[in-house]
Design a protein around this ligand. Sequence first.
Ligand code: FAD
Ligand code: NAP
Length: 528
Amino acid sequence: MTVDAIVIGAGFAGLYAVHRCVSEGLTVLGIEAAPSVGGTWDWNRYPGARCDVESVDYSYSFDEDLQSNWTWTERFAGQPEILAYLDHVADRFDLRRHYEFDTEVVGARFDVGEWVVQTSAGERRGRYLLCATGCLSTLNRPAIAGLTDFAGQVYYTAAWPREDPDLRGKKIGVIGTGSSGIQVVPILAAQAESLVVFQRSPNYTVPMPNHPWSEDDLQRIRQEYPDRRTRSAYAPAGTPHGTYHKSALETEPEEREEALWRRWRDGGVLFSKTFPDQTSVLAANDIARQFAEDRIRDIVIDPEVADDLIPTDHPIGTKRICTDAGYYDTFNRDTFRLVNLRREPIEAITTNGVRTASASYACDVLVFATGFDALTGAMTRIDPVGPGGDRLSEIWADGPVTFLGVMAPRLPNLFSFSGPGSPSVLANMVLHAEVQVDWAVDLMVAARHRGITEVEPRRDAARAWTDHVAEAAERTLFLKAQSSWYLGANIDGKKRVFMPYAGGFGNYRKYLDDAALMGYPGLVLTAR
Ligand code: FAD
Ligand code: NAP
């Protein structure tokens, strides 16, 4: 049987895609590798996993009843609560029955007007293929010499066991100091007999002043919700928060300091957007960077450890800024050790720990917080093949080429969400998922009304969009972070191209709106 749409993934994007398709009367099959819904929030169950966007914004906006009937308990929701929310959404809209879980898509080819999808459970066919496969869903498992010899337990933050392992009293080593490592470290430090953090690159992190929402907060939020959503809809990052009204360089030092303190105390990612020129003008960025450095030195007692924790290879915010619950404080404990891998690289993992160029560190447990083959990894693994025999991995060999960050040339009737060429990780990804899914499903519905069976981006239109994505990045400081996963630099052999669209969520959304309003001039529409 051929369904109208196959949706891969049951995270925020996939669940909404299934819901939208069903609402439009399309037949749909969802396929998900995990045993249940949740995507990111199902896989990343490590202790301390928490969202850095306020809960009331990092949630669906498409259904007012859903919005008003769900009560977020905290300002920044933890992984269990977000997973519970997605479970609730799946039940409320009866989405599970459309899914095959525990099923991996391993390939797909477009054959005589339909996608033939190879899965671990056999072949499935659909007229459209909607890839809600996630931007941070393909693990990076570094092949460190000796890992298979290690006699202790090994965990990956992004594939944390469903049954939380008891790590109390253990000697723990954590490899990786991105957002996941920085979140997990203080929690593990509280349980461990000793903890060693193996840091290759330090990252900036801003404390997260999380707190439970009070009844007053919730009442206020319910009242202001429509306005909050309106302000987010075309905002640069898809949240109601803007930047300071003046550029850093036009602001007097005292006023500047006050603005920075306000953002620092507000907590989280917003600090990287305190001033409008902070991510585009180096001198403005330096002001925020210096402020963050001073905060690290305020907290960390040992000045040499503080030096090791301060990034020197990128302007602040040009790698994803992290948010934490006491990360820097942890370094003031005696049982805690920071190992700077730039000074003493890992030589090998041994049966009982990690050997670097300078010392051996005994560990019972190794936790890898080593990130992802981000933005493209999940799609190139599937490696869809178009009607002309073109593979996505070939089409993207020199970097991802997309039309509006949702389609790729030579692959008709295929949409991919949260991926390269779209603001993706630079925006509130829940609203981002809604916007992309709506665009794709609206196009499918319009095609059905007009008897169109195939939709495919024109190659020149995809080239023009991809050039525009590159130009938008060049107007920012992002390209100065040479070790960033935004550029694919964390994966050996991956082409270094800045992948997200840095022109802002609101502007991106206008491009999508205009394409639809103008009748999709960038697409070839075919009736067969
Ligand atoms: P995902 O939630 O990644 O879902 C993709 C699903 O597709 C997965 O369940 C996967 O199993 C499935 N899949 C992929 N390939 C296949 C295949 N071949 N076959 C079958 N199934 C497949 N964003 C923010 O805005 N704020 C945050 O604070 C934030 N925190 C994060 C914390 C962590 C630890 C991580 C990893 C990411 C975080 N993100 C955050 C980004 C997050 O990924 C997005 O916000 C959002 O959840 C992505 O939803 P999605 O539906 O696009 O993809
Ligand atoms: P990440 O940012 O890519 O960090 C991976 C870390 O592992 C880096 O410190 C990296 O060092 C290190 N590493 C990789 N390979 C290594 C090796 N072979 N040896 C030693 N170190 C190695 O991954 P992440 O922390 O999972 O975060 C990814 C993204 O997910 C974030 O940027 C964010 O968008 C999202 N996220 C958000 C939150 C949140 O706050 N809500 C939490 C988790 C994740 P290098 O930097 O030198 O490569």
